[in-house]
Design a protein around this ligand. Structure first.
Ligand SMILES: C[S@@+](CC[C@H](N)C(=O)[O-])C[C@H]1O[C@@H](n2cnc3c(N)ncnc32)[C@H](O)[C@@H]1O
Length: 401
């Protein structure tokens, strides 16, 4: 790859965190090439000079590389969680102030408006909530502020017809968000991976941060986690897309048993909780945590043993040990992956694929499972699927730590 293109990629990754793997390689290059031509630069080198000297052109390039894909009520589980939270916790705790919610990235506004509609549905009047929609794309923000949407923004057939009638006016250019929904939604430009991102803002009670983490390089993901920890209230909830949940868990956020799977909290909650309780409870918690540790190490030992058995060709015993582990100690990516390897070695490719799928369900970026899934998809002739797995695996290989 040309040195100047490398420099452009580096600049984008450093400044906005978006990884070049968020698009197909040829699309990424085409996007940069198109911007280069549009601004009259004769080659990538002069285009690089242009973006470092012109904030406007840099912003144009950002607009071209980000993925603005979004729609109303994209992940319904998140919105039902929000309604339940308002009705069962927020209203009862009576904080005597409006609930403050961040939608970041908000793209063209479908997400923050869906949040507003959910809050209205949960019984809150607009004066009882404030929603900040933040995004790095000025074009998307302009669309969000306009608040007029075409059919592409409505992909949830059942819900859309109900909500369209209640919260939108049909106009010549599309569906216009009604004032009652717009009233408490505010939009703002912001770069989520900038050190000063929303630095002066008080914390939020709920943050929706969906479908951003997956597009970022590792360094930017780390930064985003810091930002989310800083901006989320200690008793607040963070809502992420299904594909990002496991990553949030690994980053230290806690998904409580009683909450819907989409919402997590900062782990300071657990510390505060411990501090407030009696010694008995503290001891009980410690014993529980010790039990968990023992359970975990026993499971790891058993899986190691299963691995040795599989290496020596004793597939039946290895399989039994893995299944026993899953039964006794719960779901484990390691156990599923090993079962996948065993099935693969035995030539049972469908079963192997099934176990590798289970592995990446628990660990979305399990590199080896992704590679096996890519190979198996290729073998089935599903090249599109194979490419998706390859891109996901490649995103890992090229991340910078
Ligand atoms: C796929 S959309 C997600 C929108 C919405 N949250 C959803 O789940 O439907 C991704 C958005 O992230 C924005 N984005 C990318 N990098 C960003 C950054 N560093 N700071 C803020 N927004 C960013 C893009 O402009 C784009 O609008």
């Amino acid at each position: 790859m040309e040195e100047a293109v490398r420099a452009i990629n580096y600049l984008l990754e450093q400044k906005i965190g978006v990884s070049q793997n968020s698009l197909r390689k040829q699309d990424w290059l085409r996007v940069i090439h198109d911007r280069m031509v549009l601004c009259g630069a004769s080659n990538f080198g002069t285009y690089y000079d242009k973006i470092v000297s012109s904030p406007n052109e840099f912003q144009e390039l950002v607009e071209a590389v980000v993925v603005p894909e979004t729609w109303f009520f994209r992940d319904m589980e998140s919105y039902s969680f929000l309604i339940e939270y308002i009705q069962k916790e927020w209203i009862l705790n009576n904080k005597a102030r409006p609930i403050s919610i961040l939608s970041m990235p908000c793209s063209s506004g479908e997400e923050p408006y869906s949040i507003a509609i959910s809050l209205l549905e949960s019984g809150l009047p607009p004066s009882d909530f404030q929603i900040a929609g933040v995004d790095i794309s000025k074009k998307s923000l302009a669309k969000a502020m306009l608040g007029i949407y075409g059919q592409n923004s409505f992909r949830n057939k059942e819900l859309d017809s109900k909500f369209k009638a209640l919260y939108f006016d049909k106009g010549a250019s599309g569906f216009d968000v009604r004032k009652i929904v717009r009233k408490s939604v505010f939009f703002q430009y912001g770069n989520a991976v900038d050190d000063n991102f929303l630095i002066a803002r008080p914390v939020f009670d709920v943050i929706f941060c969906c479908n951003l983490f997956i597009y970022l390089n590792r360094k930017a993901q780390k930064k985003l986690i810091e930002v989310l920890n800083r901006l989320l209230a200690n008793d607040g909830y963070l809502i992420v897309a299904p594909v990002e949940r496991e990553m949030m868990r690994q980053a230290g956020f806690i998904f409580g048993k009683n909450h819907k799977k989409c919402a997590c909290q900062k782990n300071t909650i657990r510390k505060d909780y411990k501090k407030d309780k009696s010694d008995d409870l503290l001891n009980a918690l410690k014993m529980e945590s010790d039990r968990e540790k023992i359970k975990k190490s026993t499971a790891l030992d058993a899986l190691e043993e299963a691995g040795h058995l599989a290496d020596s060709g004793d597939f039946d015993h290895a399989t039994n040990l893995c299944l026993k582990c899953l039964k006794e100690y719960g779901m484990s990516a390691k156990a599923f992956f090993l079962l996948g390897l065993i099935k693969h070695a035995q030539g049972h490719e469908d079963a192997a694929e099934d176990f590798f799928q289970k592995t990446i369900y628990l660990e979305p970026f399990h590199h080896e499972a992704l590679i096996y899934l890519k190979l198996l998809a290729e073998k089935r002739g599903d090249l599109k699927q194979a490419e998706l797995f390859a891109r996901r695996a490649h995103r890992l290989e090229s991340s910078d730590f």
